[in-house]
Design a protein around this ligand. Structure first.
Ligand SMILES: *Cc1c(COP(=O)(O)O)cnc(C)c1O
Length: 376
């Protein structure tokens, strides 16, 4: 039998191989490896797709978050509120800049930042909130923006997992995930919903002045060549990666659709299993299923994982350890609170294969493998 992959980048590439290979060859022929025309082309195309004024490409999603915090002028000691249930990058950059990470608990059904917990965590030193649109659905941005406006805080959206997703406002209007806060950040890591062939990232904003600062920071703080106006970093998207992304961006909506169909299939397949909670999508967002994550309610998550391993069905635990229990954050221990939901989720969640190339035969096999565990 064909092996099932957690993420199948090979089959996805095969379908666009001629276009991608040609685009890469064009960059090689031009030798414009850094800041080539295709980078600007990609930035413009992504702004157009997202309906935002400015996109600034950079080297990866972690840099994007760091650059956003630098551009907003956050200073050592400033407090930044974010979620405890996320990939470490979000919190890493806060610590790296000498800012104080203030972790809060999440909503048990959506896995996204708990609005009530944000309010409780605000102090006179709070400067920013970083909602993460985890696994492909948006955090409650209307509520986050309301708090931010009330307290004069910046909002940086970590949109690494929800590019192309829609936020739905109370009046029914929609806006693309990542374009609602003061600045949005994303990653083009190969396995993300819009992945390149290496590392890549971008920032989005509708604020002209902030866009100028970001463009300057990504390139050593220079606006004019060799005139350095501020401390910057070296974080650019390679032209080759931009060339690949120019081919893949027009396919993003199709990719999202394929993921949503997989999720629909799984939801239906597991609807009768009492011990399994399928993903819940909040009313204010769609879901672009970067991950398809089940909650296993009876303490049998690890046994299920082992069962699936034996049947060659890959599954992953995103995330096994809450950030407040990570060794790297030992120094912040005294500032930390209690996180009952995050701790529970770390024991209950399991993510199934989710990508654009899963076929019916594979899906049936995965579903039967999960169901047979509960029918033993
Ligand atoms: C992947 C990811 C990042 C970091 O992106 P890189 O491009 O790998 O640096 C940040 N936040 C979240 C939530 C992610 O999933």
């Amino acid at each position: 039998m064909w092996p099932i992959a957690m993420v199948d980048l090979k089959s996805q590439y095969q379908k666009i191989k001629p276009e991608v290979d040609q685009a890469i060859q064009e960059v090689i022929d031009s030798t414009q490896f850094i800041k080539g025309d295709k980078v600007k082309e990609f930035q413009d195309k992504l702004s157009n797709y997202l309906g935002c004024k400015h996109t600034i490409a950079c080297a990866n999603g972690t840099d994007a978050l760091q650059i956003a915090m630098m551009a907003l002028g956050l200073k050592p000691g400033d407090e930044v509120i974010t979620t405890n249930f996320t990939f470490i990058a979000t919190v890493e950059v806060i610590a790296l800049l000498g800012l104080k990470p203030v972790l809060v608990d999440v909503h048990p059904n959506t896995f996204n930042i708990d609005i009530k917990a944000i309010k409780e965590a605000i102090t006179p030193n709070t400067k920013a909130i970083v909602p993460v649109h985890l696994f492909g659905q948006c955090a409650n941005m209307e509520a986050v923006m309301e708090i931010a406006n009330e307290y004069g805080l910046f909002v940086i959206e970590d949109n690494a997992q929800a590019i192309g997703g829609d936020y739905i406002f109370e009046d029914g209007k929609t806006q693309k995930a990542g374009t609602i806060g003061h600045v949005g950040c994303t990653s083009f890591f190969p396995s993300k919903n819009l992945g390149c062939f290496g590392d890549g990232g971008a920032l989005f904003t509708n604020d002209d002045a902030l866009a100028v600062k970001i463009s300057c920071i990504v390139n050593h703080g220079m606006e004019k060549r060799y005139y350095h106006d501020r401390i910057g970093v070296n974080s650019r998207l390679d032209t080759i990666q931009a060339a690949i992304l120019n081919i893949k961006l027009p396919l993003l909506d199709n990719y999202i659709n394929s993921r949503q169909l997989v999720a629909q299939f799984y939801n239906k397949a597991f609807s009768e299993l009492d011990e399994v909670a399928t993903p819940v999508t909040a009313s204010f967002t769609n879901h672009v299923f970067h991950q398809y994550t089940l909650k296993i309610k009876n303490g049998k998550r690890d046994a299920l994982k082992k069962w699936l391993d034996e049947k060659s069905v890959p599954a992953m635990i995103y995330y096994p350890i809450p950030l407040h229990l990570q060794k790297a954050f030992e120094d912040y221990k005294e500032d930390l609170k209690i996180y009952p939901i995050t701790e529970q989720l770390c024991e209950e969640v399991i993510s199934l294969p989710m990508h654009t190339e899963l076929d019916e035969e594979q899906l049936n096999y995965i579903a039967e493998s999960v169901i047979s565990f509960f029918k033993q």
